[in-house]
Write a protein that binds this ligand. Structure first.
Ligand code: ATP
Ligand code: MG
Length: 362
């Protein structure tokens, strides 16, 4: 336990500053002026690059590396790219992800009472599962190192290492073991999503999954092929508890999953490694709605609650665990009482939603 936790806040681009401000406001209201968090803002992103020629200053990187946790809005804007063609803003996420080895991308998918899901009919018992996406390997690890041959042929490489698969699968089983919820049928299970019937790399992922699964006999282990899973997450979402999968499949499935619980605006995410965690909503910078005051801050608020939970466990600090619970309950209460933005069929703006949550912090 520490007296004070340093949080590096990186608002970023588009709606990033709006949703980050909402999180800062709620965290301030949660703990009051003498609270355990010191929230300090640091610049990064495409807008900064446009203004200054730099998208990820060394000082911001150092602050993120040395902080106890990182809270992020969103980074990147269409058309603002570095001379080598890579998106300005993307380097923020990727450098932190790879240099701080944030190997696990944890995305809870939960349908809150008060939100209309297109799947309400197929999931009478609710939707409440977690996607654990491998964040450091797979098809995305090469980061543009793929090859293109004279406009005729292009190749990318999918890499899975034993170390990489083992640690993400273990993370998934530990989560299933410790998590409060289990699916409607009460069975704790971890589902490995792959394409093991066609590709060697995925067969390897599955084989390592099976080895680790044997260490957790009390948790049901099952396999799902990615194509079938795209169907099952729509037709029987109530079946799932923890889903573990390779980087790109996790990327795709988590957008699909977010749509089933009310959209990207509600979906939180945590990218964690051994020593550092980066917390941000699942959505991007949504430039189409930036500056209009209508961005949904709930995904970022739930990410801030996940940050408190992660810090609470890591530092055995009950204050933070209690704070996470209060913040989450306030979000749930506001949603249940119909405090919804336009993305969810409501009429509230970002600031009104934020104040509604603060008012319910108790
Ligand atoms: P990225 O490439 O960073 O993942 P993206 O292209 O997937 O970004 P997002 O920025 O995530 O796109 O947004 C997709 C659309 O979803 C936006 O155009 C916006 O209309 C909507 N959206 C995203 N986040 C929110 C939010 N917090 N509140 C309301 N609408 C949102
Ligand atoms: Mg996206």
């Amino acid at each position: 336990m520490k007296d004070i936790y340093q949080i590096a806040v990186v608002p970023g681009d588009g709606i990033g500053p709006e949703v980050a401000a909402a999180a800062v406001r709620c965290l301030d209201a949660l703990f009051g002026p003498a609270g355990p968090l010191v929230l300090r803002e640091h610049p990064a992103g495409a807008e900064l690059y446009r203004r200054s020629g730099e998208s990820f200053p060394a000082a911001t990187y150092a602050a993120c590396r040395d902080a106890d946790a990182i809270l992020h809005g969103a980074a990147g804007l269409p058309g603002i790219v570095h001379p080598d063609g890579t998106e300005a803003g993307l380097d923020f996420t990727l450098r932190l992800r790879f240099e701080l080895d944030l190997f696990a991308n944890i995305r809870p998918i939960r349908l809150y009472p008060g939100v209309r899901s297109p799947l309400a009919e197929v999931a009478p018992g609710g939707i409440d599962y977690v996607i654990v996406r491998e964040n450091s390997e797979g098809l995305y690890a090469a980061r543009g190192a793929g090859a293109q041959l004279r406009g005729e042929l292009a190749v990318d490489t999918l890499v899975q290492t034993r170390k990489g698969v083992e640690r993400i699968v273990r993370q998934a089983f530990e989560l299933a073991r410790s998590s409060r919820g289990a699916p409607a049928d009460g069975v704790r299970r971890v589902t490995c999503v792959d394409k093991a019937n066609v590709l060697r790399s995925y067969a390897f992922f599955r084989a390592v999954f099976d080895e680790v699964a044997a260490e957790y006999p009390e948790i049901e282990a099952e396999h799902g092929l990615i194509d079938a899973m795209a169907m099952y997450l729509v037709t029987r979402p109530g079946h799932y508890n923890v889903i573990v999968t390779e980087n790109m499949f996790g990327d795709i499935l988590s957008d699909l999953a977010a749509a089933t619980i009310g959209g990207l605006g509600l979906a939180p995410s945590a990218e964690i490694g051994v020593t550092q965690g980066l917390f941000q909503a699942s959505h991007g910078s949504a430039p189409d709605i930036a500056g209009k005051g209508i961005a949904n801050p709930y995904g970022t608020l739930l990410s801030a609650a996940a940050m408190l939970d992660w810090l609470a466990t890591r530092h055995a600090d009950a204050r933070l665990g209690a704070g996470a619970r209060r913040l989450r309950q306030a979000v749930e209460a506001a949603i249940a009482e119909g405090v919804l933005g336009r993305d969810l069929g409501g009429r509230y703006g970002s600031a009104e939603i934020t104040e509604a949550v603060c008012a319910r912090l108790g």
